[in-house]
Design a protein around this ligand. Structure first.
Ligand SMILES: [Zn+2]
Ligand SMILES: [Zn+2]
Length: 186
């Protein structure tokens, strides 16, 4: 009887330790999985943060480009007005037409302070009279077509449309191009 009791006890103990082993294995596995999940969450959190940072940067960049575009547009509008006035005043003075000289637009020398007109700057000098009103210079790029595109920011009217599109820098002064305005001379 005593032996049977012992056997039962041993069996029960064995079963118990077996169960403990299984439980601890499962627990260890679960803990590992949990840890992996935590790591994943942390990784995603960091990634999110980086993406948000990037988004912020992109937003700021977009803002900056918008500002630049706006200021370029404003510059273009000012130039358009200046040019119109310059052409008007030249038309009043010289009247005539004919082919021009490349230097025409440049020698008008539109100052940094946006004082644009040769009419204003060169009052009393014969320079303007010597040049025909609607003179269009020759392109300084290909030296064949008429120079009808104003380059920004230097404002040299010195290239034809294809050359303006291809140019990285102004062929007259070498400053880097950041925009262009096609001038309508009619
Ligand atoms: Zn050209
Ligand atoms: Zn230039």
């Amino acid at each position: 009887m005593m032996q049977a009791q012992n056997l039962w006890t041993t069996l029960a103990e064995q079963r118990q330790s077996h169960t403990r082993l299984i439980v601890s294995t499962v627990e260890a596995r679960a803990a590992k999985r949990l840890k992996a999940r935590d790591d994943e969450i942390e990784r995603i959190r960091i990634m999110n943060w980086a993406l948000e940072e990037r988004l912020r940067n992109l937003f700021m960049e977009a803002q900056m480009w918008r500002d630049i575009a706006q200021s370029n547009e404003a510059t273009a509008n000012v130039l358009r007005g200046d040019l119109q006035r310059a052409l008007d005043s030249q038309a009043v003075r010289g009247g005539g037409s004919g082919d021009g000289q490349e230097d025409d637009a440049e020698s008008c020398c539109w100052g940094e302070n946006q004082v644009p007109l040769c009419a204003e700057e060169e009052v009393g000098t014969p320079a303007v009279e010597e040049r025909p009103a609607t003179a269009v210079g020759r392109c300084k790029g290909c030296r064949e077509d008429a120079a009808v595109v104003l380059l920004l920011p230097c404002r040299h009217l010195c290239v034809c449309a294809p050359c303006a599109a291809a140019a990285q820098a102004c062929p007259a002064c070498g400053s880097a191009k950041n925009g262009s305005v096609c001038i309508n001379f009619s």
